[in-house]
Design a binder for this molecule. Structure first.
Ligand code: UD1
Length: 370
């Protein structure tokens, strides 16, 4: 059987890596990797292939950045031709980015069976582009691989039949387990974006630091909200240093809204370039807490049992709150929640079922039978 596996954006790469490894040399399954080029910079894409040992994509559609409609359309046009040329038995997509929805739509129209890994997650917030991608993808997929039981419930309620759903666990945790000890020897000396100096994380690790990521359009595309966030980050950084590997979307907006000077006033608000996987996992695993609006970091901190504060009104990954170390909080609660953590009262949790490093194996066993 021939399977086209699709990746497009940064969070897809950690999910596809263990699958590509598990599929290598499989006598029954031929894996062809397609990169849509939704992310294209070395720091958002290329370096993850090197670090995680993902084979170079067989095909790169090189769609680049554009409006949602344009990007989705370009992916569809490119991927349709790939499907016509390759004639796969299955298309496998991961996550919730534009590439996920676009390629599933193409497969469905060509009557190619599609498989969605990380199916069934729902934030119930349709202002999030990812929620639209999840709904579209799951409405027309044929097989559903899920990371937690709440996702199974969501799919069942939406009318998916139980025999199409497979709770397989979390591929990102496969990648985390495989790389954690290697990550501990990755570099922790980074040039500071706003200060022309370097920071050595080892110097601040003893007294503790927080790691921070923000890139959701709802937090960083609005000038008022981003301005408010900068003030809050600044106030926190006066209590504990904040290390902030900054996403290109966020950095562009900070510059555009004229907030760089304000950021530079805070000595311990430490902006650095987006990190590679190993550097980032090293940074997170030694942090006192994470402050974020990311999806994946909620899961990684849950597995590492590090308090995570997620600044969003909802999450599509509620198991990280029910069982894990994640808390959903509002802008106005950030400082109070950080105080709790600094007093030693950060949230701790347990590891969800099948977040055990063996998810790729489970998936391949199922792929052999469907
Ligand atoms: C995308 C995903 C989001 C995911 C995030 C992780 C969708 C709808 N969004 O959002 O779910 O959490 O990736 O990063 O699929 N840019 C670069 N280099 C790159 C790619 C982008 O500089 O390699 C810049 C471009 O100016 C672009 C901006 O970053 O306009 C935002 O990128 P885009 O892919 O539109 O969305 P993300 O915010 O990255």
């Amino acid at each position: 059987k021939k399977i086209l596996l699709v990746v497009g954006a940064r969070p897809n790469f950690m999910k596809i890596a263990p699958l590509m490894h598990a599929l290598q040399d499989n006598p029954h399954l031929e894996a062809i990797l397609v990169h849509t080029g939704q992310h294209y910079d070395n720091q958002m894409s290329g370096r993850f292939f090197e670090e995680l040992g993902i084979p170079a994509p067989h095909i790169n559609l090189e769609v680049g950045s554009a409006s949602h409609a344009q990007q989705t359309a370009r992916i569809m046009m490119g991927f349709e031709q790939v499907c016509l040329d390759e004639k796969p038995d299955f298309v496998l997509v991961v996550g919730d980015v534009n590439s996920t929805a676009a390629c599933t739509l193409v497969a469905a129209k060509l009557n190619i069976k599609s498989i969605h890994y990380e199916a069934g997650l729902r934030s119930r917030d349709r202002s999030m582009p990812e929620e639209i991608n999840r709904l579209v993808t799951d409405a027309i997929s044929d097989y559903f691989f899920t990371t937690s039981v709440d996702a199974d419930d969501n799919l069942l309620k939406e009318g998916v039949s139980a025999d199409q759903i497979f709770m397989v666990g979390n591929l990102m945790i496969d990648t985390l387990e495989a790389n954690l000890s290697k990550a501990q020897s990755s570099t922790q000396i980074f040039p500071l974006l706003n200060k022309g100096e370097h920071i050595n994380i080892a110097d601040i690790a003893k007294a503790g630091y927080g790691v921070m990521t923000f890139h959701r359009p709802s937090n960083v595309d609005n000038k008022e909200i981003l301005t408010q966030l900068v003030s809050i980050w600044g106030a926190i950084s006066e209590k504990i240093p904040l290390v902030f590997p900054i996403h290109p979307r966020t950095y562009k907006n900070i510059q555009q809204f004229g907030l760089l000077d304000k950021i530079n006033q805070y000595e311990h608000l430490l902006l650095i370039e987006p990190l590679g996987y190993l550097e980032f996992i090293h940074l997170v695993s030694n942090a006192t807490f994470a402050l974020t609006d990311s999806g994946g970091i909620q899961e990684e901190t849950t597995h590492l049992n590090i308090p995570c504060l997620t600044v969003r009104p909802n999450t599509e990954r509620p198991v990280t709150v029910w069982e894990g170390s994640n808390k959903l909080i509002q802008l106005n609660d950030i400082e109070q929640e950080i105080n709790l953590i600094l007093q030693g009262n950060g949230k701790k949790g347990t590891n969800p079922k099948y977040w055990d490093g063996k998810t790729a194996q489970r998936i391949v066993a199922i792929l052999e039978t469907i």
